[in-house]
Design a protein around this ligand. Sequence first.
Ligand code: ZN
Length: 183
Amino acid sequence: MLEYCLSCDYEETLELKRESVIITVRGEAIEATEAFYHCPACLEKFTSSYGHDALEEAYREYRNRHHLVQPEEMRHWREQYGLTLTELSQLLEWEETTLNRFEQGALQETSEDKWLKFIMIPQNLLYLIISKPETLSAEKRKQLITQLSTNRNVVETLQRFYSLLRENFSDFSKQMMDRTKPA
Ligand SMILES: [Zn+2]
C-alpha cells in the first residue's frame, strides 16, 4: 500500500507504523494497536488505510473480557437461520439500524447483549417466532418452526420442562383434591 505525504512535498512513499495506544472503553483501559503512516520530513501522521482499526480492536477485547457476543457471531447466527436484518430486528423489537450497527462493530450495552443471548437460544427463538407470526412470511415461519422444533437441544429442554411441570402439577392437583375432600 503506497501512501505519499499530503502535507509536504516529501517524495518517498511513507512507511506504515504501528504504535500501542490505550483506549478507554466504558471506563476500562484497553491496549490496542494503532496503524498509521508517518512522514519523516514534516512529521505529520496519517491514519492508515490498511484496514486496522484500534477502536474496533479495543471493543473486541472489551467484549471478550465481559463475555459479550462478537459482531461476526451475531451475523453467522442470524444467517444460519436465514433471517434477514429486518426480520431479526422485528423479532428483537429493535430498530434495524441498531442491529446493523452491532453487526458492523458498534459496542452493545450489557442489557442488549442479554436480550441477544436470550434469542440465540433455539427454544427462545422458536417461542418468539411462534408468538410473533406477523414478522415472517408463512413459508419461512413454517420452515423455521420445523427446523427449531426438531433441534435436539430444544427437544431435550422441552422434555425436561414438561417432566418438571408434570411432577409439580401432580403434587399440586393432589393438594387441591385433599383440600376439597369432605371432612
Ligand atoms: Zn510530509
